[in-house]
Design a protein around this ligand. Structure first.
Ligand code: ADP
Ligand code: ASP
Ligand code: MG
Length: 460
């Protein structure tokens, strides 16, 4: 069997869903499980509505839900669902029931005036629940014997709402129990990405962009031959094409390279996707649902040989640098440990670290409330916080031979100030921390420098 995951743009409207049905139909002999995201930007819109409601802007929130209702019903009608009979049909009834629940949630939020992570997940979960109802019927009308599943019966998580972690001992058998019989009956399960349920039965989500992760979890549990991530670009590219339109397709990339790339900003794959696939050595393919005939990118255990030192460049703005300067002359024993323990206590992931004799610089996401962490660190050190920074990360297995790559990179940065440089222990990435305002220029220059000539075995 295979897993076909379709992202937001691949299910964004009637046309996209029809195209998707064609892709699934062409793969029926491989026993696909369809994992789908919310339609287009629905998740963002749901979260906006929840925030508006909690801020007391009830009317605006209700209107936002109404707009989502109109767009979902509108696309369903474009698919040819008439919704004109007395008893309408199951799609209409289900969508209506969901929108009623959503409206009630939003009204409750405006009365409560507080948006907890738990309610956030309850609201966000509707995106995937709505899209898969429409998608299941769209598939059926296109001749695919689709069966709508509830991912929450399968993805069992902890209660760390908005970024819940799956409990694999429960999740894996639940996936087999619910999905295998449907596959065995020759039918196509349609499964919501992104959502799960805690052991206590409360709806959770597994982190933004998490549908990729859902797909990988399902694929690993069922021993898939292939996990296909269908999106809106031709595969994993040398950088984000929105930043550098001439970015090239990478034909093949290793798990390790893909993990580095997605961890540092490349949205094309959710960072955690790779883990379940690696454990089972299942190839992951990234494909374009708008151009299904293209061969995409294959992600496998070992990368093929490549003459270029860098495979891809990722970047991420909105980064904060925290400089921790030891108040003693030399770094005392336990100093580093204390610093990391502090970040861990606040559950704040640290992205890049670089150390000198007396100081440690770390980067964290700019959205983090650094105040309390800095206050704790000030008990043992001086702390200086610098905002509006960006990470630019060059990834490639050939970076193990770092001299040549650094030489090229430095030539590209030229007058752009670099605040930190860090080479991961895996030695397949070099990360530069620069001012955010210089990020677009830096990425363009690095891309031009590293991909002027490319190894045609690896890049298109
Ligand atoms: P989906 O909704 O299908 O999950 P995403 O928006 O999450 O799609 O990811 C696809 C987008 O990732 C692309 O449209 C592209 O702009 C962006 N992206 C960022 N870096 C890369 C990269 N290196 N290769 C391909 N796409 C990238
Ligand atoms: N719909 C979710 C999000 O927008 C999950 C996903 O699309 O992968 O984050
Ligand atoms: Mg995505």
């Amino acid at each position: 069997m295979i897993v076909c995951k379709f992202g937001g743009t691949s299910v964004q409207d009637a046309e996209a869903m029809t195209r998707l049905a064609g892709i699934v139909k062409a793969r029926l002999d491989r026993k696909p499980v369809v994992v789908a995201s919310a339609m287009g930007k629905t998740t963002n819109k749901l979260l906006d509505a929840a925030r508006l409601a909690a801020r007391g802007e009830r009317q605006k929130a209700v209107e936002a839900v109404r707009a989502l209702e109109d767009s979902h019903l509108g696309e369903a009608r474009k698919l040819g669902f008439a919704f004109d009979g007395e008893g309408k049909d199951w799609v209409y009834d289900t969508l209506q029931a969901y929108f009623k629940q959503l409206r009630d949630l939003v009204k409750g939020l405006s009365a409560l005036g507080e948006l907890t992570p738990r309610i956030t997940d309850a609201v966000a979960s509707f995106g995937e629940r709505l899209s898969t109802v429409i998608l299941t019927e769209a598939l059926r009308r296109n001749g695919v014997d689709a069966e709508l599943m509830d991912a929450r019966d399968c993805i069992i998580t902890d209660e760390d709402f908005t970024r819940a972690a799956p409990v694999f001992e429960l999740t894996n058998p639940a996936i087999v129990k619910h999905l295998q019989p449907v596959l065995d009956a020759g039918r196509v399960p349609v499964f919501q990405g992104f959502i799960g349920r805690s052991r206590g039965g409360v709806t959770t989500t597994i982190g933004r962009g998490g549908s990729d992760y859902s797909a990988a979890i399902v694929g690993a549990a069922l021993g898939a031959e292939d996990i296909q991530i269908w999106t809106d670009v031709d595969g994993v590219l040398t950088t984000d094409p929105r930043m550098v339109p001439e970015a090239r397709r990478i034909r093949a990339i290793s798990f390790e390279e893909a993990a580095e790339l997605s961890y540092f900003g490349a949205k094309v794959l959710h960072p955690a996707t790779i883990i379940p696939a690696v454990k089972k050595n299942i190839p992951v393919r990234v494909l374009n649902s708008y151009r299904p005939e293209k061969e995409g990118t294959i992600i496998t255990e070992a990368a093929p040989p490549c003459d270029n030192p860098v495979k891809a460049i990722s970047f991420k703005g909105g980064v904060t640098v925290v400089n921790v300067i030891s108040t003693r002359m030399l770094m005392a024993y336990g100093f580093l440990q204390e610093i990391f323990a502090t970040f861990a206590r606040y559950k704040v992931p640290v992205d890049v670290v670089s150390t000198s004799e007396v100081s440690v610089s770390l980067t964290v996401d700019g959205g983090v409330d650094i105040g309390p962490i800095a206050a704790d660190l000030e008990k043992i050190a001086e702390v200086a916080v610098e905002r509006d920074k960006a990470l630019v990360c060059c990834v490639g297995e050939n970076l193990k031979n770092v001299t040549r790559a650094l030489y090229t990179a430095m030539g590209a940065f030229k007058d752009i100030k670099i605040h930190m440089i860090s080479q991961g222990a895996s030695a397949i990435n070099i990360t530069f921390v620069i001012d955010e305002e210089n990020m677009p220029e830096a990425v363009k220059r690095l891309h031009a420098a590293f991909f002027k000539d490319v190894d045609s075995r690896v890049f298109e």
